[in-house]
Design a protein around this ligand. Structure first.
Ligand SMILES: NC(=O)c1ccc[n+]([C@@H]2O[C@H](COP(=O)([O-])OP(=O)(O)OC[C@H]3O[C@@H](n4cnc5c(N)ncnc54)[C@H](OP(=O)(O)O)[C@@H]3O)[C@@H](O)[C@H]2O)c1
Length: 307
């Protein structure tokens, strides 16, 4: 987006993912894009208790949607709900405890709910420094960032209205990885949280394309938020945080493209977005996966989500 100077800054990554990047990109946002009402539309946002998920809930509430917050920690969920109710009392808020890494919890949640859905935002995500596994035996990053959201979407599909938008909050970290399904539960090698995280985020972008191919009735989008000052950046990446804290985006700036994509289908389904523009899915040579790995991803997710 923008002129030659913008393109140079965008290639620097730092001055694109940081707050100055948002400020620069924002000059090209169409002012009318969010002048719409989501009254009567139902949005689900995972990981809504803080950071980008909270800001997404706030943004969708401001546009008039009924917003269901899906959060794993009861105390943080209650805190978030209270703050949102105070700030936007006119919005219909609902809050449910859902640990998206638990396949059993995802199944229970879908069985217990009945409402048609217009917007599904997969925002919950982790970048742990130690390996842990879920009750179903999946490595937690894989389960939280990918398998749980996959199962949630597949089970909710009959209730996703035609034209519904499904948004995945991926990460610029995925640019560093080629998708690999080998030993995805880190059973045969030392755990590397950054690698596990980047691989799941790469997988989300591929899954977004697969969903778009398989389900033309809804609109699928993946995006990355740049670098935003949120609890997980502080705790999971303390050194990165120390160096970048003065240039990080606010959570609302990180969430802006999520809200923009959720409000209305933008462009063709299955694309990848950053700051309200389509973004390339590969920046580094050698990160493009083979076609058989793409179809293997679908099979792996079907198998892992059936545990
Ligand atoms: N901030 C950035 O610069 C950045 C950059 C690239 C991508 N992202 C992505 O943005 C998304 C939001 O992260 P954030 O930066 O806003 O951090 P955050 O404030 O820590 O938000 C992460 C949210 O996910 C929730 N969560 C984690 N595991 C969960 C589970 N199993 N079930 C349900 N909820 C769960 C957390 O809940 P708890 O409160 O219980 O921990 C929290 O609400 C993540 O997917 C992250 O990978 C962020």
């Amino acid at each position: 987006m923008g002129g030659p100077f913008d393109r140079i800054l965008d290639r620097s990554i730092v001055f694109s993912f940081d707050r100055s990047g948002y400020t620069r990109h924002q000059r090209y946002f169409a002012p009318g894009d969010l002048q719409l009402s989501l009254a009567g539309q139902v949005a689900l946002v995972t990981g809504a208790s803080s950071g980008i998920g909270y800001a997404t809930a706030q943004g969708l509430g401001r546009l008039g949607a009924t917003v269901h917050l899906l959060s794993r920690d009861p105390a943080r969920a209650e805190g978030a709900l209270n703050r949102l109710r105070q700030e936007l009392p006119e919005v219909q808020w609902a809050s449910t405890i859902l640990d998206v890494s638990s396949l059993a919890a995802v199944r229970r949640y879908v069985e217990a709910s009945t409402e048609p859905i217009d917007i599904l935002v997969h925002n919950a995500g982790i970048l742990p420094d130690q390996r842990s596994t879920t009750a179903e035996g999946l490595e937690s990053t894989w389960a939280t960032n990918l398998v749980g959201p996959f199962l949630l979407t597949e089970l909710l599909r009959p209730r996703l209205r035609p034209g519904a938008r499904v948004i995945q909050v991926a990460s610029g970290g995925m640019y560093t990885r080629r998708l690999s399904l080998e030993d995805r539960n880190f059973e045969r090698r030392p755990f590397d949280g950054v690698l596990a995280y980047a691989n799941t985020k790469r997988a989300m972008v591929v899954l977004n394309e697969l969903w778009a191919e398989r389900d033309p009735q809804r609109s699928y989008a993946a995006m990355h938020p740049g670098w935003a000052d949120t609890p997980s950046v502080r705790s999971a990446l303390p050194r990165f945080y120390r160096v970048t804290k003065s240039i990080l985006r606010t959570p609302a700036e990180g969430a802006d493209t999520v809200v923009w994509l959720a409000a209305e289908a933008r462009g063709p389904s299955g694309r990848f977005w950053f700051d309200r523009s389509e973004a390339p899915t590969h920046l580094i040579p050698g990160t493009v996966e083979a076609p058989e790995v793409r179809s293997a991803l679908w099979s792996a997710l079907m198998a892992d989500s059936a545990r």
